[in-house]
Design a protein around this ligand. Structure first.
Ligand SMILES: Nc1ncnc2c1ncn2[C@@H]1O[C@H](COP(=O)(O)OP(=O)(O)OP(=O)(O)O)[C@@H](O)[C@H]1O
Ligand SMILES: [Mg+2]
Length: 300
């Protein structure tokens, strides 16, 4: 009895001292719908509430996060993968203390790395396991293998969509592939760039309807919609995060509600940590599914 209580106490202590980070991916079928904008602003909002946030720019071909924040990393993930420095050396600090792992242009797909490189990245990430509360992955658009693996490994997949019809059909195609090939059944949804809340709800309704009709047990949770706001573009041009510039505007309030929903919801796809996240990547690779070149349009 004493032993059991001791073990439980130890487990509890361990749990409170080192809660596992939540790994969220932010993704889209069509490009340019606002993923990076949302990742940065959600990360800053979470950090301003006291959470320790790590942003992983996994858009490996077209690194964006550092550019949008006006950060100038001297080294990128490429240096880590080449064994030139540890992961902590490439991290850059953004507003509110968010940490950013910068991507690099022209690097090969993470899933094509040698087992040695994958293992070393896995160990490096695990090193930070106890130091962060949220890891937000900006995946890049489409259904390339990289995007698929990051989404399959994350604990929550946040699909960003706009009101454009192609954005909706491409989001559906992405969800379909993740469901069919990777067994992802639950998705979060953010409708970005809307002219009204009603437009956001209509877009979400359409997507939910086709998923329910054609994809059986897929569940979509609407996190909220974000208005079209010229200030966002101005901020990006000025390499500033939007929430810091206009914290009381409608857009920031709506983003705030989305972040609150994320904080409150305990639904997670897996119980994994960062190491687990990469283990899943390896596992998927070993299974050998390959969707590179999958046609994204018109897959209803
Ligand atoms: N709510 C919004 N209102 C107005 N403009 C927006 C909004 N959200 C994003 N934008 C603009 O849309 C453009 C694309 O945004 P962003 O780069 O975040 O998209 P993305 O999905 O990350 O693109 P990519 O697929 O190329 O990585 C940017 O110029 C940004 O300023
Ligand atoms: Mg982007």
């Amino acid at each position: 009895m004493k032993d059991q209580a001791h073990t439980l106490r130890k487990l509890f202590e361990k749990g409170t001292a080192h809660p596992q980070p939540k790994v969220l991916s932010v993704t889209s079928g069509k490009g340019g719908v606002g993923k990076t904008t949302l990742v940065i602003n959600m990360a800053i909002m979470l950090a301003s509430k006291g959470h320790r946030v790590l942003v992983f720019d996994a858009d490996l071909g077209l690194a964006n996060v550092d550019v949008m924040l006006g950060l100038t990393p001297k080294r990128t993930i490429k240096h880590v993968l080449d064994g030139q420095c540890p992961l902590e050396d490439i991290m850059v600090k953004g507003p509110e203390g968010i940490q950013v792992i910068p991507a690099s242009s022209g690097i090969q797909e993470l899933v094509d790395l040698s087992p040695q490189q994958q293992l070393s990245l896995m160990n490096s990430l695990d090193y930070f396991n106890h130091d962060i509360d949220y890891m937000i992955i900006d995946t890049g658009a489409g259904i390339s293998r990289n995007v698929m693996y990051f989404n399959a490994a994350a604990q929550r997949v946040i699909v960003v969509v706009s009101a454009e019809p192609t954005s909706i059909t491409d989001a559906y195609a992405l969800i379909k592939v993740l469901w069919k090939k990777h067994g992802v059944k639950q998705f979060d949804l953010i409708v970005n760039n809307v002219i009204s809340k009603m437009e956001g709800d209509q877009v979400a309704g359409k997507l939910m309807m086709v998923c329910e009709r054609f994809l059986g047990d897929v569940a979509l949770e609407m996190l909220g919609s974000v208005p079209h706001d010229e200030t966002i573009t101005e901020c990006i041009k000025g390499q500033k995060a939007f929430v810091g510039v206009n914290p009381n505007g409608e857009t920031a309030l709506r983003l705030g509600r989305i972040v609150k929903r994320l904080e409150k919801s305990s639904r997670l796809q897996t119980n994994g940590n960062l190491q687990f996240f990469l283990r899943r990547m390896l596992l998927h690779q070993m299974k050998g599914s390959d969707h590179a070149g999958y046609r994204i349009h018109g897959t209803y």
